[in-house]
Design a binder for this molecule. Sequence first.
Ligand code: PEP
Ligand code: MN
Length: 286
Amino acid sequence: MEANSCNNHSNVGFRVPARVSRENRTESSVVNVAGVEVGGTGVVVIAGPCAVESLEQLSDTARAVKKEGARILRGGAFKPRSSPYSFQGLGEEGLKLLSSIRAETGMPVVTEVMDTRQVEMVGEYADMLQVGSRNMQNYPLLKEVGMTRKPILLKRGMMATIEEFLLAAEYILNQGNENIILCERGIRTFETSTRNTLDLSAVPMLKRLTHLPVIVDPSHGTGISWMVPSMAKAAVAAGADGLIMEVHYKPDQALCDGYQSLDPENFAGLMNELKKIALAIGRKIL
Ligand code: PEP
Ligand code: MN
């Protein structure tokens, strides 16, 4: 073993793919999401419901999170549900609601695209396309979103290693789309007390290996709303460039992921604490 191997990229045991590697681009990439810069000194908060359910739900939730400082609105229109009997999302109707709330609030929107056939349509409504955990290794989808020039929020596969995660991002970059934000959202382990095991060590690891911005999703990472503030604060302290969190105006009535969604009041309290954490490490909440 080399004497300085603890300072060497190669100690991860794999070759970091060329285009995502920080060795080939030392400066951190900044991804511009309709005017909101992710990857600079500011920490960006993305918030909103798991799924778009109705005009009232989206509008009330969006206004609440905007008031507290969220800069980008999230909300799924096409939902990858484990059960085919669960609410699958409003589809294009949900995209239309997102786009009308964007017009009302001025917030850019991010929403999931699950299928190559949806990329064009979702791209017409959304400012950023989310490739979800279940699709991180859907190579045709990665290539398709790579052919757009939209910002892509690439979530870590629930069973993906860091190497596989970076290779997935490389697929997108290979098509010419450099606007990629990586999202740690928890991985499957033997632990059952939380929905996933939030791998916060992925944050410093990814920041070291790649120039791409890295954000954290403590909602899916834990699956439990009372745990979200602790892990959100830890993520910012660990150097995340942003957070994506589920917030619902009435979590107990949510059609999807209510148990891990913050209500507006808890979100407001968290945003106040996040400002102090960011300040302590020389950053600020954008
Ligand atoms: C989501 O963000 O709503 C989602 C389904 O996330 P993930 O793909 O990380 O499970
Ligand atoms: Mn969800």
